[in-house]
Design a protein around this ligand. Structure first.
Ligand SMILES: NC(=O)c1ccc[n+]([C@@H]2O[C@H](COP(=O)([O-])OP(=O)(O)OC[C@H]3O[C@@H](n4cnc5c(N)ncnc54)[C@H](O)[C@@H]3O)[C@@H](O)[C@H]2O)c1
Length: 308
């Protein structure tokens, strides 16, 4: 197949492009390099089945493709809050442009949505039926509400125009090609530990998160995209739950060194708990994460050592 990946030079996008090329597809990677990097896809540039296009998803585009994976959007708080209006535009206009193209060329189109659509959840773990508890006017809203609006557009194009959609809600994912400085907790901890600095925990460290290793997530993407039973929304992530303190200790064990754990105040709207209910993915895709946290951390730390 010929497959368009928007945001293909980013963390998840570059891992997805590699997987699709390895599966024998032709891949068009579209990216404006806001948070993506050529280095993430450098290993694909010589492949005749791979094409790189510098373009912004907020401007219309046309490609003859069979599938579209829409991943373009900065995903970490410092990047999506850098220009919040642009973040909402990227989610909303990017979705409209992908859906318009999918409608025109009859492509199946995948939306990388997020667990942030659940906001600070009052239901735990979060099943897909939960509508969420989101602040519409806070600093995180440009991302959360942009992604919620993108989901709305996907389902309206599906209902009104029979566009063949797949909407996935991604929970925290980590692995090679994450940026070292974007404020995501796994990369933060690893970079601090490798640099011999203290590890910063916001709050008392009792808030929990679940972490999925990127290869597991990408396997979920491909299985979801290639089945015809459900269109989503479908949660994808690792239900194994860890406190920030446990994560910091696991990183310290793996890296060694003299770093200590220090605490700072919690940022606004930081969710206390987030954990996916993945029963739907288990049942329909026969999918669940295979890579335990220690193994995933080992591989991610090995990657960050090469970046030093
Ligand atoms: N990594 C996670 O844990 C996670 C969790 C939930 C959802 N997601 C979603 O998955 C997708 C990919 O996330 P990621 O972690 O790889 O983030 P990332 O920031 O590494 O990748 C995003 C990519 O999109 C590109 N981009 C941003 N704005 C663009 C625009 N206007 N036009 C074209 N390209 C643009 C960036 O340059 C980058 O390459 C995002 O949509 C994100 O919201 C990720």
């Amino acid at each position: 197949m010929r497959i368009l990946v928007t945001g293909g030079a980013g963390f998840l996008g570059s891992n997805l492009c590699t997987r699709l090329i390895n599966d024998g597809h032709e891949v068009i990677c579209l990216d404006n390099f806001f948070t993506g990097r050529k280095a993430n896809i450098a290993h694909l540039l010589d492949n005749p089945r791979f094409e790189l296009v510098r373009h912004d998803v907020t401007d219309p585009f046309k490609f003859e493709v069979d599938q579209i994976y829409n991943l373009a959007c900065p995903a970490s708080p410092p990047h999506y809050q850098y220009n919040p209006i642009k973040t909402t535009k990227t989610s909303v206009m990017g979705a409209i442009n992908c859906l318009g193209l999918a409608k025109r060329v009859k492509a199946r189109v995948f939306q990388a949505s997020t667990s942030e659509v659940y906001g600070d959840p009052q239901v735990h773990p979060q099943p897909e039926e939960y509508w969420g508890n989101v602040n519409p006017i806070g600093k995180r809203s440009c991302y959360d509400e942009g992604k919620r609006c993108a989901e709305t557009l996907f389902f309206d194009y599906h209902r009104e125009n029979k566009v063949d959609i797949r909407v996935i809600r991604i929970f925290n994912t980590y692995g090679p090609h994450m940026l070292s400085n974007d404020g995501r907790v796994v990369s933060n901890f690893i970079v601090q530990a490798l640099g011999g600095e203290d590890i910063t925990i916001y709050g008392d460290g009792s808030q929990t998160r679940s972490f999925c290793y990127v290869d597991d997530l990408i396997e979920g993407f491909v299985r979801f995209m290639d089945q015809t039973e459900i269109v989503g929304p479908m949660n994808c992530g690792n239900p194994g739950e860890f406190t920030m303190l446990q994560l910091a200790e696991a990183v310290l064990r793996e890296v060694g060194g003299k770093s200590k754990i220090v605490h700072k105040p919690l940022p606004a709207d930081d969710p206390k708990q987030r954990k996916p209910d993945i029963s739907l993915a288990r049942r329909v895709l026969k999918w669940e994460p295979q890579i335990p946290l220690e193994e995933g951390l080992r591989r991610t730390i090995a990657y960050f050592r090469t970046q030093a």
